[in-house]
Ligand binder design. Structure first.
Ligand SMILES: CC(C)(COP(=O)(O)OP(=O)(O)OC[C@H]1O[C@@H](n2cnc3c(N)ncnc32)[C@H](O)[C@@H]1OP(=O)(O)O)[C@@H](O)C(=O)NCCC(=O)NCCS
Length: 169
């Protein structure tokens, strides 16, 4: 039975271990630590997945900027990980789904992700170029995606700027 809940400080060590296991390195876990300490952190959007009471996955959304006619504050989905032996059981999808619901309820309107084009479109993510939203990285169009939440009103175009904490990955 999968349960998605808000992360607590008691989960921090385990969350770091999840990223180490999923990516085989410390960069993503260190990114989570840095975001938690930054003014871009959103405690309500740091979620863990529990399977039968054991924490096996984590997702974090934080604030980034979209710079166009104005500078707008948007959400970045990054990072996400599920312990390898528990992957492909719907846990990552449950984390993304719950995160999008919480973001929507908070009145957020755009989520940006740099990630697998086979995974994120199932949640409504589309290549950002469709909407005139430019990636700051030289990556293929299909991996830089956006998801509009229902609360969206207006025309937002420009270039995404990640805070410096993201330079660590
Ligand atoms: C990506 C990740 C969080 C997905 O979690 P999960 O619990 O396995 O996800 P789900 O079971 O809900 O969904 C699995 C689907 O995601 C797809 N998927 C997972 N990793 C993928 C990858 N690297 N490339 C393409 N597709 C991938 C699977 O093929 C599967 O597709 P299917 O449903 O069509 O069979 C997990 O695989 C993970 O931690 N990977 C290592 C870390 C990582 O890559 N994080 C994301 C960075 S963008």
């Amino acid at each position: 039975m999968i349960k998605i809940r808000g992360e607590s400080p008691l989960d921090y060590t385990l969350v770091g271990e999840i990223y180490q296991l999923a990516f085989g390195r410390d960069n993503e876990g260190n990114l989570v630590d840095s975001i938690r300490k930054s003014d871009r952190n959103i405690p309500e959007l740091s979620l863990v997945a529990e399977l039968d009471g054991t924490v096996v996955g984590h997702i974090l959304f934080s604030y980034i900027d979209l710079v166009g006619a104005e500078t707008w504050r948007m959400l970045s989905l990054a990072p996400i990980a599920v312990i390898p032996e528990f992957q492909n059981q719907g846990i990552g999808s449950a984390l993304v789904q719950k995160g999008l619901e919480v973001a929507e309820a908070m009145g957020e309107f755009l989520v940006i992700v740099l990630g697998h084009p086979q995974f994120y479109p199932r949640f409504g993510f589309e290549p950002s170029v469709i909407y005139g939203i430019e990636s700051p990285f030289p990556v293929p169009d299909e991996v830089f995606m956006v998801k509009w939440l229902k609360s969206c009103q207006g025309d937002y175009r420009g270039k995404v700027i990640y805070p410096s904490v993201f330079n660590e990955v």
